[in-house]
Design a protein around this ligand. Structure first.
Ligand SMILES: *Cc1c(COP(=O)(O)O)cnc(C)c1O
Length: 388
């Protein structure tokens, strides 16, 4: 079955729900048992109703769908946010005195969790250059338990050599965890590339409409039990309405992703030629430092990319952004609408220097008409030049 068909069919069981196309929203904490014998022999596990926190048919449907899209993975678990999926997976695989290797370009809140929470529990965290590739071997220690990747990186969009790094990690008995939010399993098959646990902020492209918070993590057979127990033991479960919105959003994700890619590619190409722009950070563009790895490992690019402007004053950038009509300004991305924000990647690096030559922006290309988006940005550049 082709991927687009799987996006539509995976995890759907209308026969279980009186023929309804989508699973109903189960609001449940208590699950009742008929007899003492049934209650006492209950076995919590994936797919079984036991207690609300352990899942319902609403959550099982989404877990099954994501596991299929991630390439028939052993286990998918849901979390109340994307950040919760990152933190719970890290907690599940680490213990006091463990050593953790983290790409220097990871999502800011993931980094803060490593620095402020994991270190309090005696985990040693080392950041590495996202371009390190197989040379990561020299950073492994006897107690290295996990490697955390995010490819491309948040804000700076460096592609990592995931297969190479995962192969080294495996040789050293460490798990590889990848934040796959940008590409989604539609454009990057984490587990096939050697990753043990693939995490996504479903808040972004899976939900796709900027109206729910949700995280998902999917693992291969070896990591399945540790990952699932890690989520249960910490008490994480996702709200039924948000899970419903995610499975609803998922059904149109393949179509949306293609359009996000098309518009982002056109905007990125157009921006790269603008006199006000120094560089565009989008691995799908030929000439991007990550382009060769992106072509080798990915089957597409999503709608999120970075722009570094030529030197400009803060008031000039503010004049550009404040007057935009179609680009909203706000955290998150992956919805149907275009967004733009100023970014400051240089504030959260330690293994590598990030010295942008001008102000940094992050753009999410939404589903609007690309010519309208260009007009909006063009007017923004006029304000930038006039204010400068
Ligand atoms: C947004 C994001 C997260 C966190 O997701 P939330 O649902 O906002 O908690 C994690 N990783 C990446 C790469 C993200 O962009």
């Amino acid at each position: 079955m082709k991927q687009d068909t799987k996006v539509v069919t995976a995890g759907r069981h209308p026969e279980l729900f009186h023929g309804a196309v989508n699973p109903p929203v189960y609001h449940a904490s208590t699950i009742l048992f008929e007899t003492m014998a049934e209650f006492e022999s209950r076995k919590p596990g994936p797919g079984t109703m036991f207690y609300g926190r352990h899942g319902t048919p609403t959550t099982f449907a989404l877990e099954e769908a994501i596991a299929i899209l991630e390439g028939g993975a052993a286990q998918c678990t849901l979390y109340p946010s994307g950040l919760a999926s990152c933190t719970a997976v890290l907690l599940a695989f680490l213990e006091a005195q463990s050593h953790l290797l983290v790409a220097d370009c990871v999502y800011g809140p993931t980094r803060r969790f490593c620095d402020r929470v994991l270190t309090r529990f005696g985990v040693e965290v080392t950041y590495f250059d996202p371009a390190i590739g197989g040379a990561i071997e020299t950073m492994f220690k006897a107690n290295t338990k996990a490697v955390f990747l995010e490819s491309p990186g948040s804000l700076t969009f460096e592609i990592q050599d995931v297969p190479e790094i995962a192969a080294v990690a495996r040789r050293h008995g460490a798990v590889t965890i990848l934040d796959n939010t940008w590409a989604t399993p539609l454009f990057f098959k984490s587990l096939e590339k050697g990753v043990d646990v693939s995490v996504q902020a479903a808040t972004k492209y899976i939900v796709g409409h900027s109206d729910a918070m949700l995280g998902v993590a999917t693992s291969n057979a070896d990591a399945a039990e540790t990952m699932r127990r890690g989520a249960l033991e910490i008490g994480f479960c996702a709200g039924p309405d948000d899970v419903y919105l995610a499975q609803r959003g998922l059904r149109t994700m393949a179509v949306r992703m293609r359009r996000h890619q098309e518009t982002a590619t056109e905007l990125a190409t157009w921006l790269a030629r603008r006199p006000e722009v120094s560089r565009v950070l989008y691995p799908a563009l030929p000439g991007d430092p990550g382009h060769a790895l992106w072509r080798r490992d990915f089957t597409g690019a999503s709608g999120l990319f970075g722009v570094i402007l030529k030197p400009a004053s803060t008031p000039a950038v503010a004049a550009m952004l404040d007057g935009l009509e179609l680009f909203g300004m706000g955290a998150s991305w992956g919805g149907f609408e275009s967004l733009i924000t100023p970014t400051h990647p240089e504030r959260s690096r330690s293994a590598t220097l990030w010295r942008p030559e001008g102000p940094s922006l992050r753009i999410h290309a939404g589903l609007e008409d690309v010519d309208d988006l260009k007009k909006d940005l063009d007017a923004g550049f006029t304000r930038l030049r006039t204010a400068a």
